[in-house]
Each structure stands twice: as structure tokens, then as C-alpha cells.
Design a protein around this ligand. Sequence first.
Ligand SMILES: NC(=O)c1ccc[n+]([C@@H]2O[C@H](COP(=O)([O-])OP(=O)(O)OC[C@H]3O[C@@H](n4cnc5c(N)ncnc54)[C@H](O)[C@@H]3O)[C@@H](O)[C@H]2O)c1
Length: 255
Amino acid sequence: MHTLSFSLNGDVAMVTGGASGIGQAIAIGIAQHGGQVGIVDLPGSNADDTLAAIEKAGSRAIFIGADVTDEAQINAAVARIEADLGQLTLGVNAAGIANAAPAEDMPLAQWQKVYDIDVTGVFLSCQAQGRAMLKNGRGSIVNIASMSGSIVNRGLNQVHYNSAKAAVIHLSKSLAIEWAERDVRVNALSPGYTMTKMNSRPEMVDQMETFARDTAMQRIAEPYEMAGPAVFLLSNAASFCTGVDLVADGGASVW
Ligand SMILES: NC(=O)c1ccc[n+]([C@@H]2O[C@H](COP(=O)([O-])OP(=O)(O)OC[C@H]3O[C@@H](n4cnc5c(N)ncnc54)[C@H](O)[C@@H]3O)[C@@H](O)[C@H]2O)c1
């Protein structure tokens, strides 16, 4: 009989945006399930809390300062993780930014920056991780999209962010199909409102109570609540799941 396993023992992960919020919570979740982690975040980020939590969980991690929009830095990050921790088998792409402006006033530079980080950054990360995984013969990637990729958040003018997240969902499905027969799975995880630094921006803070009311469960998620769905998708428990968009939003998008 096959034994169901969520274990990531023997796995090596790269987590972008791993110094904060959802990426940090998932990096710690991976370590709690036995995986080693390369934390990738902007140079100068403070990853001390993440590294300490991973050590406390009994696993190993390194921090690499890199910008996900810089192809050479992301390729070097994968090479460094493989040199220090071993063959890369897991990728979590959580680096992202958000902001808001009415569409009719949005400067091109504001649109472009969100696309550079939230779409191109995810593609470059998947490309670098995928190359290593295809060579290593297996892998599982989870891209952090958003429920905003499928719904439009009431009260938030963010045409760039919403459409970028829709792109992340379809990018994940497209890569899933390209790599399906070579044992590299690619899935998206779409959080609903989650209590992180991203939600302390001015247009969010004033509306958090409304956003909790817009959520069927009547509350905002804690970052650790994204770790379970991510660990599931990364692990062999999800061995037949690829091209999925797993929505973890407390029922917000069901309404
Ligand atoms: N918080 C929410 O409610 C929510 C909901 C749905 C989806 N998301 C998505 O979850 C992901 C994580 O966001 P969060 O809420 O944890 O926010 P966060 O601000 O706490 O974390 C984002 C991390 O990404 C890093 N980052 C930003 N630009 C980068 C770059 N160019 N290169 C490398 N790292 C970079 C930041 O330094 C930060 O550590 C994002 O993709 C976000 O869009 C968040």
C-alpha cells in the first residue's frame, strides 16, 4: 500500500520573497517538513528571523540577495543554492509588489514596474528553477498568484496588479503543460487577503475591516495559513496535480 507523504525530506527549495510575509511563512513551512531552503529577496533585506525560524525547525537555509527582475542574479541564485545545499527540487515564487491608481491616471512606469516584478520576475524565476529541475529529473514549483487574478477587489483600483496575477495563473498552467512529461510540476497558489507588509499600504489599511467582511470567513488570513496549501502542492501528496490554481481565500471569491 502506498503511504501518503507530505514530507519534503531530501528536498532543496528556492523561495523568492522569502524574507517577509507569505514567502517567509512558506519557507518556514518547507523547513518544518524537512526541506532545506535558499531564501531569495532584494539585496539588503533582513532575513534573520526567517533563517532563525528555519534553524529552530531543525533544517538549513541560506540567504541570497537578488532582484527577481535581473536574469543574471536569479540564475546565480539557483547556482549558489545548488552549490551550498544540493540539487534544486522545489521553487516558490512569492516576490511581488502591489499599489493602486485609477486606470485613467496610471503612469506607464507604475504599470511597467508591477509587470516587471510580478510577471517577468515570476517567469525568470521559473525559467532558472525549471532548467535546474529538468536537468535533475524532477521538481515542483508553486507561483504565488492571487484571488485578484480571478476576481476584481471591491474598492481597489489596481488594473496592473489584477491583470498581472491573471498572467501568473496562466503562465503557471502553460509551464505545467510544457514540463508535464518531464516530472516538473507547476501550480499556482492564490491567496485572499492576508496580513502582511503588503497590506499596510495606505489604500489597504483603511479598508481592512471591509475586506474581512468581503471574506466569507469574516477575517483576514495569517501568513502561516498559506504554508499548508504550498507544502501540499510541493510535496508528493500532490503528485498528480499540475496546472492547478489553488485558491486559499476564506471563501472570498465564492461570493
Ligand atoms: N498579502 C496579501 O493579501 C496577498 C494576497 C494575494 C497575493 N499576495 C501575493 O503574495 C506574494 C507575497 O506578498 P506578501 O503579502 O507576503 O508581501 P510582502 O511585502 O510581505 O513580501 C513580498 C516580498 O517580496 C520581496 N520583493 C519585492 N520585489 C522584489 C524583487 N524585485 N526581487 C526580489 N524580491 C522582491 C520584498 O522584499 C518582500 O520581502 C506577492 O506576490 C503578493 O502579490 C498577497
